[in-house]
Write a protein that binds this ligand. Structure first.
Ligand SMILES: [Zn+2]
Ligand SMILES: [Zn+2]
Ligand SMILES: [Zn+2]
Length: 110
């Protein structure tokens, strides 16, 4: 299955916070899991949480792609196309180009 265009135009973002859902932190609410917006670095809570701030953020901003902000989870989700992808699939092709060059100069120096 081809990745939607939103996954192909991603670049890594810096999270606004690593403390938790930034809106729940302000209001004093609880959350279940965290989601990171890959357009602006917004950190919001998942749909299992009472306030669903990650989904609210999509409806307010139309930023389509979130990444799981849970340790060890690498999946991405596009709200616009209801499509899931893996972090390494979405970002892997560009990092492979970078690692090819040092290998070539290494083998030609032998
Ligand atoms: Zn998409
Ligand atoms: Zn929240
Ligand atoms: Zn955003």
């Amino acid at each position: 299955m081809a990745l939607c265009k939103d996954f192909r135009t991603l670049s890594p973002v810096t999270p606004h916070t690593t403390e938790g859902c930034e809106e729940c932190l302000k209001s004093g609410d609880d959350w279940m899991h965290l989601r990171l917006c890959l357009a602006c670095g917004h950190v919001g809570c998942c749909d299992d949480s009472p306030n669903k701030h990650a989904t609210q953020h999509y409806h307010q901003t139309k930023h389509p792609v979130i990444q799981s902000f849970e340790p060890g989870e690498t999946w991405l989700w596009c709200y616009a196309h209801n499509q899931m992808a893996d972090f390494n699939t979405a970002f892997g092709s560009s990092s492979r180009v970078l690692t090819d060059d040092p290998h070539q100069s290494f083998s030609s120096s032998l």
